[in-house]
Design a binder for this molecule. Structure first.
Ligand code: NAD
Ligand SMILES: Nc1ncnc2c1ncn2[C@@H]1O[C@H](COP(=O)(O)O)[C@@H](O)[C@H]1O
Ligand code: PPV
Length: 305
C-alpha cells in the first residue's frame, strides 16, 4: 500500500542523532520507505522498470541499490555515460557495481555527441565576451549541456523500454539548486530527494555499499578538479546542519550562525544559493490569465482575472 504523506518517515521516527537519521533503526525505516515508494511509483506508472544514470558516485549507486531492492535486478537498467577521460575510472566502478547487483548496464560514450554539439550548436552561440575572461564559465555551460545529454539518453531508454527515470538528487543538492536544470534535475522520481547528504552517506554505509564509493569526494565532474565543497564554499557536514535549521526549522540566519559557530559569509552564501535557486524547484510559471495557473507575483494586475 502506498503511504501518501511524504513526511511519513519524519513523523514516525525519533531522532537519535541530531536532526539527521543516521542511527540503525531510523535508517532501516528510511530504507523501507524509499524502497516502498520506488515500487509504488513504478506500479502507478504501469512501467516495466527503472533507468538510473550511474556515475560511480554515492548518490547514483545508492539509488540503484534501493531500486534493485524495490523492483528486482531484472527491472533496473544502469547507464554509464562518460564524456571526459577523468570520469572513466568512476564509470568502471559503476560497471563493477552493476555486475555485482546483477542488473543490465550499458556504457555509452557521450564524447562524440558532445563534440558534434560543440561544433554545430555551441560555436554559433558564443557570446561576444572573451572566453578567457571567464575561464570556468564555458566548462560550466558545457558541463550543463553534458548533463542534459545524459538526461536525453536516460529518457530515450525509458521511452524504448517502458521504464521510468530515477533521479539521484539528494535534499542538500535540491535545496541548494546544485544540479543542472532539466539535466540531472529532470527525472520521474527522486528516491533520495528527502535525504540530506549526511543521511545518504549513513544509509549507504548502513546497506553495505563499498567503502570506496561511500568515501568518494562529491563532484559534478564538469572539470577535473571540481568538487562540491569548492564550488559551494563548504562541505556537507557544515552545509547540512545549516540548511536543516534554516529550511526545516525556519530559523533566522543570525540565530543559526550563533548556534553553529560558523563563518557568517559562508552561511550567507549558502542561504543565498537556496533562495536564488527557487526557480529550479518550482513548476515554470504561466501569466495566470483568468485564474488559470499563474504566478502569484502578478495577482491583481490583470483585467482578465
Ligand atoms: N549534483 C552535482 O554535483 C551537480 C550536477 C550537475 C550540476 N551541478 C552544479 O549545478 C550548477 C548548474 O549550473 P547553473 O545553475 O548555472 O545552470 P542551470 O542551467 O542549471 O540553471 C541556470 C538556468 O536557469 C534559468 N534561470 C536562472 N535564474 C532564473 C530565475 N530567477 N527564474 C527562472 N529561471 C532562471 C536560466 O535558464 C539559466 O540559464 C553548477 O554549479 C554545477 O556545477 C552539480
Ligand atoms: N559519467 C556519468 N555516467 C552516468 N551518469 C552520470 C555520470 N555523471 C553524472 N551522472 C548522473 O548525474 C548525476 C549527478 O551527477 P554528479 O556527479 O553528482 O554531478 C549522477 O548521480 C548520475 O545520475
Ligand atoms: O551523484 P553521484 O552519484 O555522482 O554522487 P556525488 O554527487 O557524490 O558525486
Amino acid at each position: 500500500m502506498r503511504v501518501d504523506s511524504k513526511t511519513f518517515v519524519y513523523q514516525s521516527i525519533e531522532h537519535t542523532n541530531g536532526p539527521f537519521f543516521t542511527d540503525r533503526r531510523s535508517l532501516e525505516a528510511v530504507r523501507d520507505r524509499i524502497v516502498a515508494d520506488i515500487r509504488a511509483t513504478v506500479a502507478d506508472a504501469d512501467a516495466d522498470g527503472v533507468v538510473v544514470a550511474m556515475s560511480g558516485g554515492i548518490d547514483s549507486t545508492l539509488t540503484t541499490a534501493l531500486a534493485v531492492e524495490a523492483v528486482g535486478s531484472d527491472n533496473v537498467l544502469g547507464l554509464g555515460l562518460p564524456c571526459h577521460m577523468t570520469e572513466q575510472a568512476h564509470v568502471s566502478d559503476a560497471h563493477t557495481i552493476a555486475e555485482g547487483m546483477g542488473i543490465d548496464f550499458e556504457e555509452i560514450q557521450l564524447r562524440p555527441l558532445l563534440e558534434v554539439f560543440d561544433e554545430t550548436v555551441a560555436s554559433d552561440l558564443e557570446p561576444e565576451i572573451e572566453a578567457d575572461d571567464r575561464p570556468n564559465e564555458r566548462n560550466h555551460e558545457i558541463g550543463n549541456a553534458t548533463a542534459r545529454l545524459r538526461m536525453l539518453t536516460a529518457y530515450y531508454a525509458a521511452n524504448r523500454q517502458s521504464r521510468i527515470v530515477l533521479g539521484t538528487a539528494n535534499r542538500s543538492e535540491w535545496l541548494l539548486g546544485y544540479f543542472t536544470k532539466y539535466g540531472d534535475g529532470a527525472a520521474d522520481a527522486y528516491p533520495l530527494g528527502d535525504c540530506y547528504k549526511t543521511e545518504v552517506r549513513a544509509l549507504a554505509k548502513h546497506i553495505g555499499l563499498p567503502r570506496r564509493i561511500v568515501s568518494k569526494e562529491p563532484t559534478a565532474g564538469f572539470w577535473a578538479t571540481q568538487t562540491d565543497a569548492d564550488e559551494l564554499g563548504a562541505r556537507y557536514d557544515v552545509i547540512d546542519p545549516l540548511l536543516y535549521r534554516l529550511v526545516e526549522e525556519g530559523r533566522s540566519l543570525e540565530d543559526v550562525v550563533a548556534e553553529l559557530q560558523i563563518d557568517r559569509d559562508t552561511a550567507e552564501e549558502i542561504a543565498s544559493l537556496h533562495a536564488d535557486t527557487e526557480h529550479k524547484r518550482a513548476t515554470p510559471p504561466t501569466p495566470g490569465i483568468a485564474g488559470r495557473g499563474g504566478d502569484e507575483r502578478l495577482e491583481g494586475s490583470d483585467a482578465l482575472e
